[in-house]
Write a protein that binds this ligand. Structure first.
Ligand SMILES: *Cc1c(COP(=O)(O)O)cnc(C)c1O
Length: 417
């Protein structure tokens, strides 16, 4: 038993796995307190976009700490939030005119769901149901779990989760079933459809094509069902474009952003909405306002980090780095696809994934534990989702570092087969 009082997330302490103590991060590399190094092959759980401790983001944070640490955001404002909101409305789809702040992907989703229901409530239209996609993940708070896949992650909490209508994942060849189910759910008078565009992350890096995304958005629009894009993982270049929705020319009614919003440096989230949704909450009656906040809403230090992230997007060759990472990933995937147990290699922009042909086991598969442990011993932070191995590094990773990641994965597969 370790003597640390820390209770880690998604960690079975009973397995006695080593919990490395990280002292410093730089670019794609994490430095342990004991001098060991790890290449961060999963961007510290999908948040780090440009690289760890990007000097400009660190400097922006340092500068903001000298001015204003925190201020109530209900009825008060500050420069970093104003600048960030203007910057976001400038680079995100034009129809998304409103920016609501919170602090994590889960809360961005809770806010989106509440906005959708508030919209219909204030318009006196009786719509309440939420439509979701099979295998989705939208966070770990009660509402976010309710709209996500039910399984081992949330079985004990099932009594707390609300009912939703689930449409099947649009697997290749079965897309029409998804569209038909969505159409039927929309006709039944649902309020909103929430979906991860192009790739379902925690569900196993499951990819579906842009035309399906476009058709789903069109169905929702036809029936007046709000289309909520949860781009918490997919935004900020992960799928090759700033937003995944871009690839389908889809403009959602509500957009959730977090993870890469600050370049992955500090927690912050926004939920962006069309003007009609804001205007449904606008009146002389206080009872119609949007009832959501958390203590640290739009924390100035976090906003300053996000403002600098936007500046980096505008004046560093971020898109070129993304394109070159995507090309490197394609080469590495092609190379590892000849391994005997590697199947279903797939890629969406900077994200590469494949499955291991082995005993069933889903999320709790031994492979995840084995490769995680193997990577820890060999200098790579990798965390498979059960039998699904994925590589999602910061955009600054070099060809040599990425090659090392895949070499360690290959050795890890050989060590167990
Ligand atoms: C990570 C994630 C969330 C939850 O974000 P947190 O910041 O961990 O609360 C929600 N949706 C998607 C698609 C995610 O990948």
């Amino acid at each position: 038993m370790s003597s640390s009082p820390v209770w880690h997330p998604f960690t079975q302490h009973g397995l006695g796995e080593e919990i490395p103590l990280i002292a410093r991060g730089e670019g794609a590399v994490l430095h342990g307190a004991d001098g060991r190094q790890w290449i961060d092959a999963i961007s510290s759980w999908w948040v780090t976009t440009h690289g760890h401790a990007h000097p400009r983001i660190m400097a922006a944070i340092a500068a903001q700490t000298q001015k204003l640490d925190q201020i109530i955001f209900a009825g008060w404002t500050h420069e970093p939030a104003e600048t960030l909101a203007r910057g976001l409305t400038a680079i995100m789809p034009e129809a998304l005119t409103r920016v609501f702040f919170s602090d994590s992907g889960s809360t961005a989703v809770e806010v989106a769901l509440k906005m959708a229901l508030g919209y219909f409530h204030n318009r006196k239209e009786p719509r309440q149901g939420i439509i979701v996609m099979e295998h989705s993940y939208h966070g770990d708070t009660i509402g976010a779990m309710s709209v996500g896949e039910r399984g081992v992650f949330n079985r004990p909490y099932a009594p707390l989760l609300f009912d939703v209508t689930t449409v099947p994942f649009p697997a290749a060849g079965a897309e029409q079933a998804t569209l038909d189910a969505l159409e039927a759910a929309c006709k039944a008078g649902s309020a909103a459809f929430i979906v991860e565009p192009l790739i379902l992350g925690s569900g196993g890096m499951l990819i579906y094509p842009p035309h399906v995304l476009a058709e789903m958005a069109a169905i929702c629009a036809r029936h007046g069902v709000l289309f909520i894009a949860d781009e918490v993982m997919t935004a900020w270049g992960r799928t090759g474009t700033l937003l995944a929705c871009e690839q389908a020319s889809v403009v959602p009614d509500i957009l959730c952003l977090s993870k890469g919003l600050t370049g992955g440096a500090v927690p912050l989230a926004v939920t962006m909405a069309r003007d009609e949704i804001f205007m449904a909450h606008w009146s002389q009656d206080r009872a119609d306002c949007f009832f959501h906040s958390s203590s640290y809403t739009a924390n100035p230090i976090a906003c300053a980090a996000a403002v600098e992230n936007l500046a980096i997007w505008s004046d560093e060759p971020v898109r070129q780095r993304i394109d070159s990472l995507a090309a490197m990933q394609a080469r590495e995937l092609a190379a590892i696809s000849d391994h005997a147990i590697v199947t279903s290699t797939r890629q969406c922009g900077t994200i590469a994934a494949f499955d291991l042909e082995t005993d069933a086991g889903g999320y709790l598969s031994n492979w995840a534990v084995h490769l995680n442990r193997f990577g820890k011993a060999r200098g790579v932070l990798i965390r498979p989702l059960g039998n699904t191995v994925y590589v999602m590094p910061p955009y600054c990773i070099t060809q040599e570092q990425l090659g090392q990641v895949y070499a360690v994965v290959r050795d890890g597969l050989d060590a167990k087969t």
